[in-house]
Design a protein around this ligand. Structure first.
Ligand SMILES: Nc1ncnc2c1ncn2[C@@H]1O[C@H](COP(=O)(O)OP(=O)(O)O)[C@@H](O)[C@H]1O
Ligand SMILES: [Mg+2]
Length: 300
């Protein structure tokens, strides 16, 4: 959509918190993202799915200033309507404007406790620098107490009140993923980007994670962009789904619309299987559900 069209859309534009338009990212000859259009509506959970190598993590990297796409635009809109073009902004600036993320490959300070990991993130929100803290200036001490309080609150929120003093490296995989989420929340985002938060977790942890994502969305009012392979999880939490394949958006819609979309099923299962699943077998499909777990993988 052109800027003028977005302008004309008026209300729709204001209700969109992250708008991506014409986004193209290349690495040498490799086109990683091609003319990507995506809109995250304020207050929704939007899942981004697609086979391995489709460009999902690269999209997150582009949204958070890690990669700078050659073409297109990314706009973050505040609740009061103020707009921030994000393309080319540094990661800490993007974070300050209200976008926080977790990583496909967990990135925590393993030798620090759960509490310390979250406190550090909470402190990035505050003004007093390390010197103030070192000399114990009153406002710095107040800020320290505030980030301590906030970190306790968030660890409680993600269900880790009993793990405050455990070293991050000693936590289970599922706990580390929740700690990463608490850390992202500590920067007070309006948008949370989760890159395969369920990867490597067991079925019980997946259910807990689905509940947590819904809580974050509903109780904290945070809009969520979720990359996830587990279709059961996607179906249970996402309001809408955008599907990437070879760097292109091939479908967008409600979870059930997308699950029945031929291009989507083909991307996961191949044309032949898609024919069998969509034209032959059970009309309600469950097609993608069967196909996606095979598309597993690591690396960002
Ligand atoms: N920094 C990079 N340099 C070169 N190629 C990259 C880089 N980052 C990602 N890619 C390529 O972009 C494609 C999409 O990768 P990625 O975004 O990680 O996919 P997904 O997260 O959907 O599995 C892959 O072919 C990957 O090798
Ligand atoms: Mg990825």
């Amino acid at each position: 959509m052109s800027a003028a069209m977005a302008e004309a859309a008026g209300k729709t534009a204001a209700d969109t918190v992250v708008s991506v338009s014409g986004l193209t990212l290349r690495f040498g000859g490799l086109v990683c993202l091609s003319d990507v259009e995506l809109a995250l509506r304020r207050g929704e959970i939007l899942a981004v799915i697609g086979p391995n190598g489709a460009g999902k993590t690269s999209l997150f990297n582009s949204l958070t200033g890690v990669y700078v796409p050659q073409e297109g635009s990314i706009t973050l809109t505040d609740p009061d309507g103020a707009r921030h073009p994000l393309l080319g902004r540094k990661t800490h600036v993007v974070n300050r404007l209200g976008m926080a993320r977790t990583f496909q490959n967990i990135r925590l300070f393993g030798a620090l406790t759960a509490l310390e990991n979250v406190k550090i993130a909470a402190e990035t929100r505050q003004k007093s620098g390390p010197l103030g803290i070192m000399f114990g200036l009153p406002h710095a001490r107040r800020n320290e107490r505030e980030s301590d309080r906030r970190a306790h609150e968030l660890l409680d929120f993600v269900g880790m009140a009993d793990k405050l003093n455990e070293l991050a490296a000693s936590l289970s995989y599922g706990e580390q993923r929740r700690l990463e989420i608490a850390r992202a929340l500590a920067t007070d985002p309006q948008v949370l980007l989760l890159d395969e938060p369920a990867a490597g977790t067991n079925p019980t942890e997946k259910l807990e994670l689905a509940e947590l994502i819904k809580h974050i969305n509903r109780e904290l009012g945070i809009s969520v962009l979720l990359i996830e392979h587990d279709m059961r999880l996607v179906m249970s939490v996402a309001d809408r789904v955008t599907v990437l394949n070879f760097g292109k958006v091939i479908a967008s819609g409600t979870p059930s619309e997308v699950q029945r979309n031929r291009a989507v099923v083909e991307a996961y299962l191949g044309a032949e299987m898609a024919h069998e699943v969509l034209d032959g077998g059970d009309a309600d499909g469950g097609a993608v559900e069967g196909g996606v777990p095979a598309a597993r993988g690591e690396g960002e």
